[in-house]
Design a protein around this ligand. Structure first.
Ligand SMILES: Nc1ncnc2c1ncn2[C@@H]1O[C@H](COP(=O)(O)OP(=O)(O)OP(=O)(O)O)[C@@H](O)[C@H]1O
Length: 467
């Protein structure tokens, strides 16, 4: 590769050095800047083929830099790097014309791949105009890797205006994602209209979608604007699209293809400038195979697919969600601030949540009102939740232990057995004490040890603990 100039703007020297080295190795010519002002000054006389920028820096932020580059040299592809991976940050970067958004800490291969893509993409697309995001709606919560990836995808596709199909089990937040897609799109100031296909009787669905004229059918006493009309210029969210009857699927497909429709019983042709975001918890490909869903409609809706993982597949998000819902529910109920004990949070984390986030939210609402004390303990949780909790599997840590042992043996580490035992006890004792807020007697009981044994072990584990 001929030498392609890659600029790195980051106040963190270690990021500049590590990323610079990786880019150099990949054939780029890196140049480093500690702040946005220095990069802007350099732009007076030189120009990179790709520019990486951090967001939070002393002086002008990376987003400000992106905006200024957009005004001066809109063809320079800018890759934004940030630890802030929520939908709003990601989407505002894309709105300001970012070429890509890398969540920090990032993988160097990912960064190099982004640089290659940027350098080889024809530079003709001007950035989309900036747009103030509406707010006040519930924000998506969760910082697990799966959710961060989702925020990034939302940020990327929101502004594109493409049709999106959101898949995921019931209660995983599909409607919230649809709202975020709308909020971060150029249609944000137009209406967001939702229709749950499964909640409306099949015979009423057509007039719900397309509206009807007076007398179009028995009981149609007034002209009614359908959801398509209500959503004009904005986004129509079709939830549970898999439940749409075949005849209506055919009509929907025609409307989407033609961009216009008639109300039921109407003669006036109505324009449909609507972005469709559809959602389903069903396997639509299987429905297509069974002849229950039109393949051509699926292709039309499924331009981009966003999958929402089940809550049990991102257990790391459970404590933050639970605390958020509990705080909100307690405020609404006026029942005073409450919190979960660490052991209760552990139990919530272990449960499988077949109803996903909605089930967790409902439980928190109940607990905010019904749990007596300020701290919600394991005993306040419904027994069904505890009975279903799977026995934790030791296989996860035994694999990690094995990997550690293999490495330590290869490195010729001395006293392997003693080291492993010390660590084993330390982790167990710390976990039990944390779960019982430092109460030794309770922690000992939970571990199946006598109190004196626990105290002795604590003494020796503290002595052996590396400083
Ligand atoms: N990541 C999240 N952060 C905060 N709240 C969430 C999150 N995910 C879901 N919720 C909340 O959980 C509830 C269910 O979410 P939502 O209605 O979007 O799910 P859904 O997947 O559309 O469900 P269904 O398939 O049953 O229609 C809502 O009250 C929503 O606000």
């Amino acid at each position: 590769m001929s030498e392609t100039a890659a600029w790195i703007v980051d106040d963190d020297r270690s990021v500049r050095v590590v990323l610079g080295a990786a880019l150099r190795e990949a054939g780029f010519r890196p140049r480093e800047f500690a702040d946005a002002e220095a990069a802007l000054a350099a732009l007076e006389t030189d120009e990179p083929d790709v520019l990486f920028t951090d967001v939070r820096m002393p002086g002008a932020s990376g987003l400000k830099l992106l905006e200024r580059i957009g005004l001066r040299e809109p063809r320079i592809p800018v890759v934004v790097m940030s630890a802030f991976t929520d939908v709003a940050s990601t989407a505002s970067a894309y709105r300001l014309g970012a070429f890509d958004y890398l969540p920090k800490p990032f993988d160097l291969d990912q960064a190099v791949a982004a640089a290659r893509r940027a350098a080889s993409t024809p530079r003709s697309t001007p950035p989309a105009p900036p747009l103030a995001a509406a707010s006040g709606e519930p924000e998506l919560i969760g910082g697990s890797a799966a959710m961060r990836e989702l925020y990034r995808a939302i940020g990327r596709v929101a502004a594109s205006g493409l049709g999106v199909l959101i898949t995921g089990e019931t209660g995983t937040g599909k409607e919230l994602v649809a709202r975020a897609l709308h909020r971060e799109s150029a249609r944000a100031r137009q209406p967001f209209v939702a229709l749950n296909t499964a909640a409306i009787p099949a015979e009423l669905l057509e007039s719900e979608l397309f509206g009807h004229e007076i007398g179009a059918f028995t009981g149609a006493a007034r002209r009614h604007a359908g959801r398509f009309e209500q959503a004009e210029g904005g986004t129509l969210f079709l939830d549970e699209i898999g439940d749409m009857p075949l005849a209506l699927q055919t009509r929907l497909l025609r409307v989407l293809a033609a961009g216009e429709f008639y109300r039921v019983g109407g003669r006036e042709l109505i324009r449909a400038d609507v972005r469709i975001v559809a959602a389903t918890h069903q396997d639509l490909d299987a429905k297509v195979a069974r002849g229950e869903f039109r393949a051509d409609l699926l292709h039309r809706l499924d331009v981009v697919r966003l999958h929402l993982p089940a809550l049990r597949e991102r257990r790391d998000d459970i404590p933050a969600l639970a605390e958020h819902f509990l705080g909100r529910a307690a405020a609404v109920a006026g029942s005073g601030a409450k919190r979960f004990s660490p052991a209760a949070l552990g139990a919530l984390r272990a449960y499988d949540w077949p109803g996903n986030v909605r089930q967790l939210e409902n439980l928190c609402r109940r607990l905010a009102v019904l749990a007596p004390g300020r701290e919600i303990g394991v005993g306040d949780l419904p027994p069904s939740l505890l009975a279903d909790a799977p026995e934790p599997e030791p296989s996860g840590w035994s694999a990690a232990l094995r990997a550690w042992a293999d490495r330590a043996l290869a490195a010729g580490t001395a006293n392997l057995h003693a080291q492993a035992l010390t660590e084993f006890e330390r982790v167990l004792l710390d976990a039990a004490l944390a779960a019982h807020r430092g109460h030794r007697q309770h922690a000992a009981k939970a571990l199946g040890l006598g109190r004196n044994t626990l105290t002795r072990k604590l003494g020796s584990s503290r002595r052996k603990r590396p400083s």
